[in-house]
Design a protein around this ligand. Sequence first.
Ligand SMILES: Nc1ncnc2c1ncn2[C@@H]1O[C@H](COP(=O)(O)OP(=O)(O)O)[C@@H](O)[C@H]1O
Ligand SMILES: [Mg+2]
Length: 350
Amino acid sequence: MSARLEAEQLYKVFGRRPDQAVERLRRGADREELRADGTTAAVIDASFTVDPGQIFVVMGLSGSGKSTLLRMLNGLLEPTAGHVRFDGQDLTALSARELREVRAHKISMVFQHFALFPHRSVLDNAAYGLAVQGVPRAERERRAGEALALCGLAGWEKSWPDELSGGMQQRVGLARALATDADLLLMDESFSALDPLIRRDMQDQLLQLQRTLKKTIVFITHDLNEAMRLGDRIAVMRDGRIVQTGTAEDILVRPADDYVASFTKDVDRSRVLTASAVMDTDLRGDEADCGCESGCETATPDTPFTELCAISARLSHPVIVLDDDRRLVGVVPTRRLVGFLGDGEVPAHA
Ligand SMILES: Nc1ncnc2c1ncn2[C@@H]1O[C@H](COP(=O)(O)OP(=O)(O)O)[C@@H](O)[C@H]1O
Ligand SMILES: [Mg+2]
């Protein structure tokens, strides 16, 4: 069973008099003002909740504070202010020893460059976290073997790391994290060093694993497309602050400010949007009376954009969107679809 993670008004300030700096930040000071005194406000007032089974993505440019935020979540860095709660426990209130225990058993981390031990087999590498926990050899080899199989590496147990491709090595890293049965997975740019195709493969694998494992996952990336593919919810960070938290669709269709909007310009909207974001909901009520002889093709609010295009191409009238009770909730004229593929500016009655 995995558990809920909560970050409450987290701050991390590097430099002199961090507490004073937090007070200034609370009164509205920004990063630049503090930098003048040689203080770095790495994370400013970050709050969010991640429910079990969710992938929470933190997205932002390099230097925006993502890694610092992640290191506070597993207690590697002590917050200057605020709280981290996991599975009902306030991590910020634990002693160093208690925190090591929690880190060894409940939290796993996967880094960008996963450092495998070159002189240990793939199996031993995957079992490393369990060895640290003091799990007996037979059991840790069994569990590491299962984790490797989950990550598509069955048959490679006895190989050496240098016999594996970069993508496969990263899978060993993921297997190591999964083998410990930790409820919380923290992934810092875990796929960023991989080639695009392998990266996509890893994203698919993670999504597939998550369907059965239902861990609590915080995934960090600077890549918005990756964020949108993986994230149940996404937090966008800028200069230490979370400027928006929402679903991929929220961020694409309802950006909180110009900064977020500029970020989303290059996103492949067709991969993210569903009928609910695209449909016109300003209805007269008779739109479903399309005059088709027999029942024509319709969509539901969660029909993916690409499918919507395919349906639209087969119809000579707007696509009708019905909810689970087959009530009319919206319509999608072809022009609206085309508009959303562009910059998202769609006239009210396109
Ligand atoms: N140990 C540290 N001491 C001083 N400044 C740091 C330290 N760690 C990170 N920073 C600064 O905090 C800011 C956020 O860094 P980081 O969390 O690594 O961002 P990201 O992971 O988004 O690239 C940066 O300005 C970085 O230079
Ligand atoms: Mg980082």
